[in-house]
Design a protein around this ligand. Structure first.
Ligand code: F6R
Ligand code: MG
Ligand code: MG
Length: 364
């Protein structure tokens, strides 16, 4: 059975501040999704949140980039924004950059990751969702999952993965893409992946079967809006088991927290802390950035689950380390490398400040 999995997310209002989501907003989204399922547009859905981001996980038979599915997500966000406005939640509707839907939700603010595939005998899916960080945050974990044998032993000892994976990488500033084959092109590939603000992994494919293995949201909110609105707070969908990495191989990179951009005012570096959904409430200095992981088995498109994958004692040490990293980097206050470099802050106050001060600069 051919099925499409669409994960579409937006921050439509935070509770309290940007730290979490209000149950009434989630409830409204739930109603909207239930209604679409009843009408037959959706096969199944799951509504959740990561911090202040509302996440719509949907399965359907409409394929990728389908106008009706995108419109459903857009209308759901609009409807949830009404709830957020009535409660005077913070930043109600902040990610909805336009008020006229024109066939696709792409470029309108929300983040989106979609994949269409033939459902396997057992279709294991892991969906990562992050808050207070940018779309390149997946580069390092995706690299480890699909190209690093120290993370994914299956690359070495499983014959159905030994041929490697190919990575489609998007240049989010120049709007172009390139595909690299791992393992033989990893040195070239890492040159790009190592700059996640500019180059982000869009998708990963199994090289022998050409099957889609992973897809992420690469939308950059600041580039869409032309100003700082909020961070991208990206999502990533990964197929697991069999010819794809095992669940444990997919979760393993998050056992060693890496540094991402985001956190307070989207302008800092900080550790990405893996947490259970209930702990995705970034409050310390509006952070540190969080990542949640929901696992599902698909059954004729039905989302069997979720299992809250980071709700596991084995990730306690990663959370502890992330807290230590947070303490350490916070000591730098407004200094780089805690605060982001100027080029990455151009959508904040720099243009205004520079405009005001430009005449006071003298040639050396
Ligand atoms: C980061 C984030 C928060 C806000 C900060 C200021 O992505 O959402 O750190 O940037 O709380 O928020 P405003 O400007 O909405 O008062
Ligand atoms: Mg927010
Ligand atoms: Mg957010």
């Amino acid at each position: 059975m051919i099925i499409t999995l669409s994960v579409i997310k937006a921050d439509v209002g935070g509770y309290v501040g940007h730290s979490s989501s209000h149950p009434d907003v989630l409830e409204r989204a739930e109603q909207s999704m239930a209604d679409a399922k009843k009408r037959g547009l959706l096969v199944d859905y799951h509504v959740t949140r990561c911090g202040d981001d509302l996440q719509l996980i949907m399965t359907h038979r409409q394929g990728e980039d389908d106008e009706r599915i995108h419109k459903l997500a857009w209308d759901t966000f609009l409807s949830c924004t009404e709830v957020a406005k009535a409660l005077k939640l913070h930043g109600a509707g902040q990610d909805l950059l336009s008020d006229a839907f024109a066939g696709t939700i792409k470029g309108m603010g929300p983040g989106i990751a979609e994949m269409q595939f033939e459902e396997r005998e057992a279709e294991t899916i892991i969906i990562f969702m992050a808050d207070k960080t940018a779309s390149g945050a997946w580069n390092l974990p995706i690299y480890k999952i699909f190209a690093d044998p120290f993370n994914t032993i299956g690359l070495v000892i499983a014959s159905n993965m030994h041929g490697g994976f190919s990575f489609e990488i998007h240049d989010v500033k120049e709007h172009r893409k390139i595909t690299f084959n791992a393992p033989e092109e990893i040195y070239d590939m890492l040159l790009f992946l190592g700059s996640p603000g500019r180059y982000a992994v869009k998708s990963v494919y199994h090289r022998e079967t050409k099957e889609i293995a992973a897809v992420s949201s690469t939308q950059r909110l600041s580039l869409m809006a032309g100003r700082y609105v909020g961070k991208d707070d990206p999502v990533c969908v990964i197929r697991s088991q069999g010819q794809f990495p095992a669940v444990g191989e997919i979760l393993e990179p998050f056992a060693a927290p890496h540094i991402v951009t985001g956190w307070m005012r989207g302008s800092h570096h900080g550790p990405l802390m893996p947490v259970a959904v209930n702990d995705s409430n970034p409050s310390r200095f509006d952070g540190p950035p969080r990542v949640i992981a929901l696992g599902f088995q698909l059954s004729d498109g039905k989302l069997v689950g979720p299992r809250d994958m980071f709700d596991d004692l084995a990730f306690d040490e990663a959370r502890h380390q992330a807290n230590i990293m947070a303490d350490f980097i916070r000591r730098l206050g407004p200094f780089e490398p805690h605060r982001l470099p100027l080029e990455e802050m151009e959508y904040t106050t720099m243009p205004e400040v520079m405009k005001r001060l430009v005449d006071r600069f003298e040639q050396l």
